[in-house]
Ligand binder design. Sequence first.
Ligand code: SAM
Ligand code: CA
Length: 221
Amino acid sequence: MSNRTLAISESIYQYLCDHSLREDPILKELRDHTYDMEERAMQIAPEQGQFMQMLIKLIGAKNTIEVGVFTGYSSLAIALALPEDGRIVACDVNPQYTSVAEKFWVSAGVREKIDLRIGPARNTLSELISDGLTGTFDFAFIDADKVNYDHYYELCLELIRPGGLITVDNVLWGGATADDSINDTDTTSIRALNDKLHRDERIDLSLVPIGDGLTLAMKCG
Ligand code: SAM
Ligand code: CA
């Protein structure tokens, strides 16, 4: 028994997966496809995808944002959890990655739910604000270049409605954020955002040790 978060050994992780994962076959197919790519570690873990699907359903999310698509695993998981009229504005700069994503979105029958915007996400999010969409989104997932995390957070906070949820990926960064001797720009960017969010009274906060660390930031009403 433990009254602190358990360290997850290989066997505990296996048990967790064996006793909770319900990965949709199309998500599994996309995971297998991405496994052959050198950049495969960029993809979220399946248990994290399932957790995010539950969050989406819990808050009844309809309008969502994804910052960082890659081959589309997290956007596909989000799309599958959304209602029929749910939408995702999905941001990425790399059309090679997103061409894989599009293929799987089509196979899964969710292509219509996803508004793919190729270009720097800071521009895309700023455009949404200029288009008058401030306060109209329910959920955002931030998982692109780490040096821009603070900008993505601030822009998403503007776009999200009170009671809506921003999720930020890789906040533990393989343990680097907790290690003062590691000070590359990715690590210091994530660490700075973690520090800021801890003090940020505009949100309710939880840092969940799933995957590489997922922060939940709920915008206060
Ligand atoms: N969420 C994805 C998944 O679960 O498969 C993984 C996203 S991957 C970690 C990060 C993505 O951010 C890459 O596909 C990369 O092309 C994209 N990216 C990098 N810089 C960006 C920028 N300035 N604007 C938008 N996307 C960017
Ligand atoms: Ca990630």
